[in-house]
Design a protein around this ligand. Structure first.
Ligand code: SF4
Length: 285
């Protein structure tokens, strides 16, 4: 019997939400746009551990601790490290990913020493288009953080968002830039419009999204994780097979940072009905 394709499940926990001073035009967590989202300071660590247990029970192998804000500072790095240690002490078999913005090599080494396995920092879009959608920091800082991640020996998770008004050249440039970093995993997000944000509409079709996944798989190689993350339900709801056929082998389950996802049990049913297996081991751990 041929082996069934394995799909990796990853869950996100927004452990510090909606308090960012930066001006990224796609992001509801910027305080500048007053988007109607839940905003809170650090979540209690016991709650984060309980939520990690739930994600594991649903089959998540990757668990991502996300904080709003431009980057790490002493308080944040200490908090993420303590949360990582607490999860590792109580939940086995989770690949812990930190997603906390720009980071120095020292901060990343500290996280690694306290149980973080991977660091997520997305390039978001092409260098050219990034100047149009964010004026408070530069794309080059993003790229540099990704290089820092690799240099300290953490696995790199880096991707971007499509459908924010960028051209097809920008999309190709973003995919080339991601591939140049050779990340272990790449999340592809499809813009989810919010009326409060300056970017009002999503300029991407289903066929274009399939093509992006296909191109990304070709550039990244067969052995990497290619994840369809935010916007999956909007673009691929009921048509999930297309994204897996195009080369995706991972999805985010549960809620996204500030938008609800579908129930993990529903995702598992879909994978089963399409003949895929949920992966039970992750090499980046
Ligand atoms: S720096 Fe991160 S959290 Fe802040 S507005 Fe930009 S994308 Fe959102």
């Amino acid at each position: 019997m041929p082996e069934r394709k394995q799909i990796f499940l990853c869950a996100i926990n927004n452990i510090l939400s909606g308090t960012c001073l930066e001006d990224c035009k796609f992001c509801t967590q910027s305080v500048r746009y007053h988007a109607d989202i839940e905003r809170y300071s650090y979540k209690a660590i016991p709650r984060i551990v309980e939520e990690a247990k739930q994600a594991k029970a649903y089959g998540a192998l990757g668990y991502c601790l996300v904080t709003a804000g431009k980057g790490l500072d002493d308080k944040k790095v200490d908090f993420v490290a303590r949360a990582a240690e607490a999860i590792k002490a109580e939940v086995e078999g989770l690949n812990l990913i930190a997603c906390n913005g720009t980071a120095t090599k020292e901060q990343l080494s500290y996280l690694k020493a306290h149980g973080i396995d991977s660091y997520n920092h997305n390039l978001e879009t092409s260098e050219r288009y990034y100047a149009d959608i964010c004026q408070t920091h530069a794309w080059s800082e993003r790229y540099e953080t990704c290089e820092n991640v690799k240099s300290v020996g953490l696995a790199l998770c880096s991707g971007g968002i499509f459908g924010m008004g960028e051209s097809s050249e920008d999309r190709d440039a973003l995919l080339d830039a991601i591939a140049s970093l050779q990340p272990e995993s790449t999340p592809l997000n499809f813009y989810h419009p919010n009326p409060a944000l300056p970017i009002k509409t999503r300029n991407i079709t289903f066929d274009e999204a399939v093509e992006i996944i296909h191109k990304a798989r070709g550039l990244l190689g067969e052995d990497r994780l290619l994840m369809v993350a935010g916007g999956r339900e909007l673009l691929f709801g009921g048509k999930e097979e297309a994204m897996f056929r195009a080369g995706a082998n991972a999805i985010v389950i549960g809620n996204y940072l500030t938008t609800p996802g579908q129930a993990p049990s529903q995702d598992r049913k879909i994978l089963e009905s399409l003949g895929y297996e949920v992966a039970t081991h992750c090499d980046t751990q």
